[in-house]
Design a protein around this ligand. Structure first.
Ligand SMILES: O=c1ccn([C@@H]2O[C@H](COP(=O)(O)O)[C@@H](O)[C@H]2O)c(=O)[nH]1
Length: 271
């Protein structure tokens, strides 16, 4: 099954457009996991188990694992998700971008080592830096377009001679040149709903990965209204810290599940 088929199935069966982001920060872990040798794996596994029913995907952010020398725990987590939640797409948030020969290795890292369903990539180095990921014809390639951070405007709003801002050039390249396999998606931040609407208008029903609700303060109703596709779906709306650290007390699992359910419901209230 391709990434897009798996995502469409997850949207339909879960009735959710929430993506649960896995940004495990050991300093914020509950007391019961402090000092545990596999704390990152155990924390993420528990979060996935209690939130999977409310989600259309999970998004582990690789930096949180590699900074802790915990890539083995990320591998174990991906194995666990495939075995216990086989219909839940795994989006590896790595934001890779490099020359083609190096990009080939990054693609192997995402799709062979972690067996992710999709990976995020940075398009700034252009087509030849994206091609190695596209050669994996059943895997999702999720391209940074209009990021959620304030500094994204420094470059992404730069206009070309015809007045098109850079982020819309990226959207056009993704829709017109890079999406030959139909497995591309774009990252557009919930902190910029006007730009979500412009990207949606440019790329038709291409899925959008939308971080920026929750801890970054993006508005859910504006985001959903701007990003719905022609089928009334089309988004993977990510929340990480607001779910992961909803409580650091003994009730952390219940609090994470509740935060995920409430976020799913807030998204669905606007559809
Ligand atoms: O434009 C972008 C692209 C990626 N991210 C990532 O999403 C999560 C957001 O975490 P929250 O705790 O929900 O703020 C994080 O992994 C970022 O690396 C993004 O925020 N913006």
């Amino acid at each position: 099954m391709t990434f897009i088929e798996k995502l469409a199935k997850a949207w339909a069966t879960s009735g959710s457009m929430l993506t649960v982001g896995l940004d495990p920060d050991p300093q914020r872990f509950p007391a019961e996991l402090q000092g545990h040798p596999d704390a990152i794996f155990e924390f993420c596994r528990a979060i996935v188990d209690v939130t999977a029913q409310y989600a259309c995907a999970i998004k582990p952010q690789i930096a949180y694992f590699s900074a802790e020398r915990a890539e083995d725990q990320l591998e174990a987590l991906c194995d666990y998700v495939r075995e216990h939640h086989p219909d839940l797409p795994i989006i590896l948030d790595a934001k890779r971008g490099d020359i083609g020969s190096t990009a080939q290795q990054y693609a192997r890292e995402a799709f062979e080592r972690y067996q992710a369903d999709a990976v995020t990539v940075n398009p700034y180095m252009g087509s030849d830096s994206i091609t190695p990921y596209l050669e994996w014809d059943d895997k999702g390639v999720i391209i940074l377009c209009r990021t959620s951070n304030p500094g994204g405007s420094d470059l992404q709003f730069i206009e070309s001679a015809d007045g098109t801002p850079l982020y819309l050039r990226v959207a056009a390249l993704a829709a017109d040149r890079w999406n030959g396999n139909g497995q591309c998606a774009l990252v557009v931040g919930a902190t910029f709903p006007e730009e979500i609407a412009k990207v949606r208008a440019r790329v038709a029903d291409m899925p959008l990965l939308i971080p920026g609700i929750g801890a970054q303060g993006g508005d859910i109703p504006s985001t959903v209204k701007a990003g719905l596709d022609s089928q009334g779906t089309g988004m993977m709306i990510n929340s990480s810290r607001a779910i992961l650290y909803a409580s650091t007390g003994d009730d952390w699992r219940v609090a994470a599940a509740l935060a995920a359910r409430q976020t799913r419901d807030a998204i669905n209230a606007v559809r």
